[in-house]
Design a protein around this ligand. Sequence first.
Ligand code: NAD
Length: 476
Amino acid sequence: MEAYKQFINGKLVEASTGDWIEVENPYTGQIIGKAPRGDASDADVALVAAKAAQASWAKLAPATRATYLSQFAQIIRDNRVELAQLLMHEQAKIAGLAQVEIDVTAVYFDYYAGWARKYEGEIINSDDPQENIFLFQKPIGVAVGICPWNFPFFVMARKVAPALLTGCTSVIKPSSTTPLSTLRFAELISGLDLPAGVLNFVTGGGATLGNALVTHPNSDLVSLTGSVEAGVEIIRNSAEKIMKTSLELGGKAPVIVFPDADIDLAVKGVTDSRLIFSGQVCNCAERAYIHKDIYDEFVTKLKASFEAADYDDPAKDGVAYSSQVDRAQLEKITGMVERAKAAGATVLTGGAPADKGTGYFFQPTILEGAAHDSEIVQKEIFGPVLPILSWNDYDDVIARANDVEYGLTSSVFTTNINTTMQAIKDLNFGETYVNREHFEGIQGFHAGWRKSGIGGADGKHGLFEYLQSQVAYIRY
Ligand code: NAD
């Protein structure tokens, strides 16, 4: 079994504890590698190194810093197949999607390298004609990035690229469930002449190592992608420091299908948005509202589409999805479906785990008739399970769509431009997709409302998360 290492202050190192995290391939059940189980002392060494490196890193021209992001992108491209295989094995992501994640991550580093000569401050008119007011944009300092297990490689880049480009230094903690692809990336870039301490990768538990990164005096910003529970802990534990937190948390995305929609397009969009990566995606379609005039046709077609989805070995061609990431996720989904059934929901298809002899599989599932205030309609499922609801009145469906504690993504299917514009105005979510699957672009801004988060990632606005302003008043 391969033993991976952390990357701290320019060196590949084991954990100070000497302890390891074993990583399971959820499809085969085999242990495929181990990562160091770091704790507070590893956090301390990494944050001391990141602090020491930050001032001189910030003094480099952005275009110089960008050359390292371009090198990261090239290294990813040079090792794209190996990295995708590792990603597939550590989380049962189907091969095609794993390859897309690796390839998009290379594009992401190139995209942010391109911002080096573009981001800028402002010149503001003064009340005094003999004065200039300059607003400078300066790096916040040491940025901690805490990553989830569902898109471990891409989310790592989401935290590294804007931090390093703006002159912050970075300490990244992957999820203990999926640390291997990130640690392999660390190993691959360890041969570059990146100044020691600028980028560090540490591995360990959330409550131990993660909390130590958050509460350490050297961390100036924490960007978490993860659960609402972890977000609450991070806000609570960093309160004394008054530190900037950027939180990308869970979702409960509604899809609203209007009577004038292209039904086949909507069926495909909903299927793709629910079953991708076994439903373990923050922006996935988590509940669908279908107008009563098209309800029967839509449900018949959606049922056929779910039943046609092949779920199997992640390496097999043509599969829609594979195993859930671990037994705990499978048990969580099973419990939610059982409680929905007990509360009166009807199973139209699926409804139970699937025994494939290996892996933690759940059947593609459609539930009908769940109450608005029931758990399955209100809480994130994170599995291939879709509660489907009918609607008749526009104001009522918008009110129901908005009435959840999450506010990440939403979508509508309609062929009417007025309906499109009105729905975008009325939906209270960070993203709204029209006539397409739920998936954001790297030049957009992925940011949730309500308990889905604070701040966000990607594009120009994601870059500015890592900058703070300094206003200079210059009288002459
Ligand atoms: P999680 O909250 O269990 O873990 C996320 C990370 O936080 C892990 O690295 C974990 O070790 C760390 N962590 C946990 N408690 C911590 C603490 N007290 N202090 C510091 N670090 C701590 O989430 P997960 O199960 O890995 O990921 C799934 C969740 O992430 C889902 O809710 C999903 O919706 C969300 N997610 C959101 C986005 C987004 O962009 N909004 C993207 C992907 C995933």
